[in-house]
Design a protein around this ligand. Structure first.
Ligand code: TXA
Ligand code: MG
Length: 318
């Protein structure tokens, strides 16, 4: 099955596939997701298999209506406030799970991650199923996240039913916040800047793990990686004779490079975030020796951008 337009007919077909226990790729505002019905253990197992994802890295459950939460998790007051303020949107809440949620989905944790995506197609698909959908990003484990339907196709081929929603508006995964602690903890920076959450909720902690600690599964140091070696460009490093692609933040560099991309000519972090994975995918296909990326200011969405870049850079050998 190729990439299909998200007509109501195709969304119905996708929902039928899901209800039969198949996987379907669909757009969200952050990145494309690889979905299965959250309560179908075997379908969820297929996600891990297809992505080659380790069992210790739990999935996010996507809902389309607040009423769907009841079967998924125990909601609390803070969660309610955050959900009312930021949903639908790129914020994932970690809460105590309910029994319906299979252990394979949460990697055996007593908690579950849940969010309501801000994308018409995703919401329609979930509603059409009438059930929550478990979905990680639609990429093989450790690879660059997909922000276009073609990225998903290039990873998994025509076997997979892919709903095409165009380019993802946010372009970075959701922010994950753990609400099972006294003080809420941000486990992954993403589409909602931590400052915005703190302003709204009061004190929060940020604990972004850089190893495979079980508290923040999936936050492995090496993640989101292109095949081409990548370096965050701090100094004017010399790599003579190499074919180098340069991703600048807002201004073109003085030096000449094989390829140049500018994340946001206006210096806007939102625009930069939306372009990041797209540019990395583009440059990764060009057979370059090296991709250099200029660091962006580490505030607001810049925190999530730099997090992804550091993980992409980890262990890069040139
Ligand atoms: O924007 C997004 O969040 C996208 C779209 C498709 O919604 N999804 C996404 O899923 O980024 P994924 O699988 O690539 O990342 C999910 C991460 C896991 O790696 C893990 O770190 C965290 O969510 N997670 C899931 N359940 C958790 C739990 N119970 N406790 C702590 N972290 C959890
Ligand atoms: Mg992912």
């Amino acid at each position: 099955m190729p990439i299909v337009k998200p007509t109501s007919e195709n969304i119905k077909t996708a929902a039928e596939l899901l209800k039969k226990g198949e996987l379907v790729a669909f757009p969200t505002e952050t990145v494309y997701g690889l979905g299965a019905i959250a309560f179908n253990e075997r379908a969820v197992a297929k996600i891990f298999e297809l992505k080659n994802r380790p069992g210790f890295d739990p999935l996010i459950v996507h809902i389309a209506e607040f009423s769907m939460l009841e079967e998924v998790c125990h909601f609390n007051e803070k969660a309610k406030r955050l959900a009312e303020r930021f949903w639908p949107g790129p914020l994932t809440l970690v809460l105590p799970k309910k029994e319906n949620v299979p252990g394979i989905l949460t990697s055996g944790l007593p908690t579950v991650a849940v969010r309501m995506p801000a994308h018409k197609v995703a919401l329609e698909l979930i509603k059409e199923c009438g059930l929550p959908i478990a979905a990680p990003s639609a990429n093989p484990f450790g690879k660059l996240s997909p922000t276009k339907a073609e990225h998903v196709l290039s990873y998994f081929g025509e076997e997979l039913f892919i709903l095409d929603g165009g380019e993802c508006r946010v372009g970075l995964e959701s922010t994950i916040i753990d609400l099972t602690q006294e003080v809420p903890v941000i486990l992954r920076p993403g589409g909602v800047p931590p400052e915005e959450i703190e302003k709204f909720l009061g004190k929060i902690e940020i604990k972004i793990a850089s190893s495979s600690s079980p508290r923040a599964p999936g936050q492995l140091k090496k993640h989101y990686s292109p095949r081409t070696p990548l370096k965050i460009f701090w100094r004017k490093e010399k790599f003579s004779g190499k074919r180098i692609g340069f991703i600048a933040f807002s201004k073109p560099p003085a030096e000449k490079y094989e390829v140049l991309r500018i994340l946001s000519p206006a210096g806007d972090l939102k625009e930069a975030a939306a372009n990041l994975f797209k540019f990395l995918h583009e440059l990764d296909k060009m057979g370059l020796d090296l991709i250099l990326v200029e660091p962006v200011p580490e505030k607001g969405l810049g925190l999530a951008i730099m997090d992804r870049l550091r993980r992409a850079e980890a262990d890069s050998e040139i």
